[in-house]
Design a protein around this ligand. Structure first.
Ligand SMILES: O=P(O)(O)OC[C@@H](O)[C@@H](O)c1c[nH]c2ccccc12
Length: 265
């Protein structure tokens, strides 16, 4: 029985074929040439306190619709205006995301000076070029859906485009693969992408396996300052939060509760 992850990747392959037919790589390269240089993602995550990567997420396969009144640029302005260190934009259709959401976040200026990450299921060089072309400063690579050689190839391509990806893991073997492939920013997804079981203990058990020179990001199932207090002693540099922000009655206040930013005057 294929998992939801298998089905998403299979659909992605169909979408990729259609995208390649519609927009040749040369057109992506022209768009890339017109873009300003990417913002420094790893640098944005290092600091004196745990950083927030705030995610723009309308829905998810496991929870359905998360936010009715969904405006990516408004969310991005709320995130960047209340202390988020980076913004993640889901561009996959299963989450009701789209590449245009990321482009509007960047081109509207709503993301301000914080790097914007393309959150999608990437496995082909075309998709990494596409991430840069739509305006991303960085992108996600999920170790679970990539071979070690694909992972190395896409990390290297990112570097050639000026981007350092978030390389997402969920177990000890995937962390070893990520380190061997040269990942600089390593994510620990507290959610099992096959079962959707989410547990912060995943970060507690895996963070110690990540070398000290890497940037560590804990992803999923994070909601409160107490969660951050639990994660910070583990050497976690940043957390990636989606649902808790997009479902909050007062998203700006929720962001500030995680960043410590003062109420904007
Ligand atoms: O909504 P949460 O529980 O705060 O999780 C956010 C983010 O970690 C999650 O959306 C995510 C992590 N890795 C992914 C890969 C694809 C799509 C989504 C994700």
């Amino acid at each position: 029985m294929p998992s939801i992850l298998d089905r998403i990747v299979a659909k992605k392959r169909e979408e990729l074929a259609a995208s390649m037919a519609a927009v040749p790589l040369s057109a992506l390269q022209d768009a890339i040439a017109a873009r300003p240089l990417p913002l420094d993602f790893p640098a944005a995550l290092r600091g004196d306190r745990i950083r927030l990567i705030a995610e723009i997420k309308k829905a998810s396969p496991s929870k359905g619709l998360l936010r009715e009144d969904f405006h990516p640029t408004e969310l991005a302005a709320t995130y960047s205006g209340n202390g988020a260190a980076a913004i993640s934009v889901i561009t996959d259709g299963h989450f009701l995301g789209a590449p245009s959401h990321l482009t509007s976040v960047k081109e509207s200026g709503a993301s301000g000076s914080v790097p914007v990450l393309r959150k999608d299921f990437l496995f082909d060089p075309y998709q990494v070029c596409e991430a840069r072309a739509i305006g991303a400063d960085t992108f996600l690579l999920i170790v679970d859906i990539l071979s070690p050689s694909q992972l190395s190839e896409l990390i290297h391509l990112g570097s050639e485009l000026g981007m350092t990806p978030l390389v997402e893991t969920h177990d000890a073997e995937e962390i070893a693969t990520a380190v061997k492939a040269g990942a600089e920013v390593i994510g620990i997804n507290n959610r099992d992408l096959h079962t959707f079981v989410t547990d912060l203990a995943t970060t507690e058990s895996l963070a110690p396996l990540i070398p000290a020179d890497k940037v560590i990001v804990s992803e999923s199932g994070i909601s409160t300052p107490q969660d951050l207090a639990r994660l910070e002693p583990l050497g976690v540099h940043a957390v990636l939060v989606g649902e808790a922000l997009v479902t909050a009655a007062d998203t700006a206040a929720k962001v500030r509760s995680l960043t410590g930013a003062p109420v904007p005057v």
